[in-house]
Structure formats: C-alpha cells, structure tokens
Write a protein that binds this ligand. Structure first.
Ligand SMILES: [Zn+2]
Length: 470
C-alpha cells in the first residue's frame, strides 16, 4: 500500500513529465505516465496541477517553536526546514547544536529539520569545536560580520580562523554580510541628528554595507579555501560580485547547475541565497502603515536592487531562496528606534513557496527554475541528496500546486499559521493574492495537507544530517 498521485504535471530534474508518481515506505519509487493505483493505495488526483518536490527552506530560525513553524511551513508546501541553532548568551556553538538536536529528535517538528550551527563568539572559536560540529551533523557554520551591539560580530581574525577551520573540517561557512562597523558609525550619526523613523533603520544599513562585507567574505574564502554560503543577498552590487567571481573561475552562468554553488578560483564553492521579501518588496514599504512588519536585516532595498535580485533568480546567479523566518525578533537599536518595542525579524516560512511561485508566474520564470530555487538548490547547497527533487529514491516529499485556482494568503487559515502576532506563524504576507493554491502536501509519503487543510501528525519530522560524500 502506497501513496499514488495521478494525472499531474510532475516537475522532475529532467523537466516536466505528464503523469503521476508513487511513494512507498516513505520513498519515491516511480514517476511517469505509467504509474497506476493498486488496491489499497491512497490516491490523490492532481489533474491539471503541478506536482512539485516539497520545498526546502534554507534559512529559518525556528528553535523557539519548531512545532508551529514546521506546520506553517508544511501548509505552504515546505517539507524540509534548515534552521539555525540559537545559542544562549555565552554558549558555544556545539552546546547550542546539541540542544537543538535534542529538541528535533524529540518529535518537535512536523517536517524534517537540518541544522546550521550559529556561532555567536567567532573570535573564541577553536578548531576542535568545528570538528565537533561536523560530528554532530551540522550542515554549516554561521558567522556574522554585523551586530557589534549584540556582541556577536566576527573580527577579521575570527572570520579567517573560522573559515580556515571549517575548510579543513569540510564544513561550509555561512557569512552574514553587513559591515557592522560602518553600520555603527551610521547609527551614531543618525542618533545625533535625531533621526528615528522606520526608514532610518534601512538608511543605517545601506547597500554598500552589504557589498563591503560580501567582498570581504569572498576574499577570505578564496584565501582559506572555505566553501562559502552567502545568505540573504539583497543588492545588485553583491550579486554582481558573485557573478564576477564565477566568471573568473570560468563557470558558466545559467539555471542548469545542480551543484549547490559554483567553484571559486581556489576551489571552494560559493553559494548565493536571496530571501523572499527581497524578491517581492522594496524599501517603499517603510513609508506605509505596515512598514514595521517588514523590518529585517538586511533591510528592504531600492527598486533597482529588487529588480537585480529578480534578474539573479532568473539567470542562475542565485542558488536558493530562503524565508529568514524569525521567531526571536531583535529590538531595534534604541538610539534610532521609532517606537518603544520596535523589533526586526520577519516571518514567511509558509509564504516562501507560494509567494515565489506567484512571483515567478508573473515574471515568466519557468517552474523548473523556481523549483531549483525553492527545493533542489537548498538541498544541494547543504548536502541533502534525498531532498528537494522528484526522482526515484528521493524521500516522498511532494506538493500538489494548482495554478488554475487563485487564493489569498490568510493568517488564520492559510500557510502562515494561526494568529497575527510576532510569534511563529504570523505572516506579513497575509492577504496577498497567490497565483495558485497548495492543494496537497506529504512528507515521506505521510499526508500533512489535503485540500489546503491540515491533516497531518505534528511530530513526524526527523532530524536529518548532510551527506559528507559530496
Ligand atoms: Zn537569518
């Protein structure tokens, strides 16, 4: 007895195949026009719909409440979430990773979870601890070039060591690219001038702060040989730096790459991520009543940067699209805060897939490319070969997307969860019109969403670890 999806347009790595697929024992066994149901099979009619691999969100912070976030993710067609650990003040990355592993392994998530090891004290990082992160199944080490005010910013020495240690251990490094010292100078200046609007938050984190940090991260990666993953790139200049580096390495641009990043001149790989909010919104949002909902770092950018991000999604410069779903918003620096309690940190773990499919339909980007950005690109980037693609042997994570039916993203019943609050599930995309609807979602062959309604168990998600073979 298996799960059989019939009559759809199945988006596979080789293109769109008319027909169906079969999942047995949690694994995708068969795809194509010849798939038929056997007695006892559970049958899903996907007539007229696209059948997609479950989404893989490469960027979220959900350890405060993985249950709520994972259900919101699945409602929006995302069946694998790659979350950062959340170190406590003064806690090292391996201790935080252990705690996160225990939470996930205890059945806290509805979908599978892989873990990125956040490092909040990069200048004290030891090589032994990096090796320990690998042994604990981390798929990346994350360091920050911003946030001196939070005490987590890496110095040049810290960045160099982290990358060197990670390169030796075979662990990829994620670098939050904003120049924290420049931002601090701009905060001081804005505070002295009494500027404290929502726009001030964006003005003290300008595009050049991101571009300086990207240049630094890429230079350090080239020197150390580290594989470098650049989260939430949001400016034309940052994306151009990635393009130029790949051109120098002789790599071809284009959407066909399945390697999760392209080789840098030194042999380390560089992978570029964009986040969904930087694809669909510009800084004009900070002038609207809902502007507070869109406070995020890096901030929303100019219209020309948004256009550059869209072009980089289409042309293959960007490898993955994340949500940066955050459950622990950070208080805006009080020196420039427009109101008491103003926070940054965005939601969107459930909105990511339907909003990007909607954007892509409008922009004329082929669905195969969108699936790379949403599913196979993130899986490849972090070493999860059984995730993010529909082919025999893959995990049975499947989404049925009906592009013939428009829908509205609803904060109460829709992909992002239960209530409008700063907690997990709240969505600033509430009310957005979608060019389709998530009809059905299963994870490892277990139905989670049927006709848009939650039917699944909330605790079936497994802790996954990256393959070290690639
Ligand atoms: Zn983040």
């Amino acid at each position: 007895m298996g799960l059989v999806i019939l009559g759809g347009m199945v988006v596979t790595p080789g293109g769109v195949v008319a027909g169906g697929l079969r999942v047995d024992g949690g694994v995708l066994r068969e795809i194509g026009p010849d798939v038929t149901a056997a007695p006892g099979d559970q049958v899903v009619d996907a007539g007229g719909c696209h059948v997609l691999p479950g989404g893989v969100d490469p960027h979220c912070h959900v350890m405060a409440d993985p249950a709520a976030a994972s259900q919101a993710a699945a409602m929006g067609g995302t069946t694998t979430i790659l979350s950062f650990s959340s170190p406590e003040h003064g806690e090292g990355p391996s201790s935080a990773l252990r705690r996160a592993r225990d939470v996930v392994a205890g059945g806290a998530s509805a979908v599978d979870v892989g873990l990125h090891a956040a490092c909040y004290g990069p200048d004290e990082l030891l090589e032994d601890e990096v090796a320990e992160l690998v042994a604990l199944g981390a798929d990346a080490l994350k360091v920050f070039l911003a946030y001196p005010e939070l005490g987590i910013m890496a110095s040049g020495l810290g960045l160099y060591r982290a990358m060197r240690f990670a390169a030796r251990a075979g662990l990829r490094v994620q670098v939050h690219c904003e120049d924290g010292e420049l931002i601090e100078a701009l905060v001081e200046e804005a505070a002295a001038a009494g500027r404290r609007s929502l726009r001030t938050f964006a003005e003290v984190r300008p595009a050049v702060a991101e571009e300086l940090a990207v240049a630094r991260a890429l230079a350090f990666a080239a020197l150390t040989g580290a594989d470098c993953y650049l989260p939430h790139l949001s400016t034309g200049g940052a994306l151009e730096a990635v393009r130029a580096l790949r051109a120098a390495a002789g790599a071809t641009a284009g959407g066909g790459d399945a390697g999760g990043g392209r080789a840098a001149p030194t042999g380390g790989r560089v992978t570029a991520e964009a986040c969904i909010h930087h694809v669909v919104l510009d800084e004009g949002a900070y002038g609207t009543p809902a502007g507070e909902d869109w406070l995020v770092a890096p901030p929303l950018r100019s219209a020309s940067d948004v256009a550059a991000v869209g072009a980089a999604l289409a042309d293959g410069t960007v490898d993955t699209v994340g949500s940066d779903h955050s459950q622990d918003p950070t208080a805006v620096d009080l020196r420039i805060s427009s109101s008491a309690g103003s926070c940054y940190g965005i939601a969107g773990i459930g909105a990511r897939l339907p909003v990007l499919l909607t954007w892509g339909a409008g922009a004329g980007v082929p669905i195969e490319r969108l699936v790379q950005l949403l599913s196979s690109g993130p899986a490849d980037a972090f070493g999860y070969p059984s995730k993010g693609r529909l082919e025999p042997g893959s995990d049975g994570d499947v989404v049925v997307w009906d592009a013939s039916e428009r829908s509205v993203l609803d904060p109460v019943t829709g992909p992002d969860g239960s209530e409008r609050s700063r907690s997990a599930g709240w969505s600033p995309y509430a009310g957005w019109e979608l060019a389709g609807r998530v009809r059905f979602v299963c994870a490892r062959g277990v139905p989670l969403v049927v006709e848009g309604a939650w039917v699944g168990p909330g605790d079936g998600g497994q802790l996954i670890e990256p393959s070290r073979s690639t």
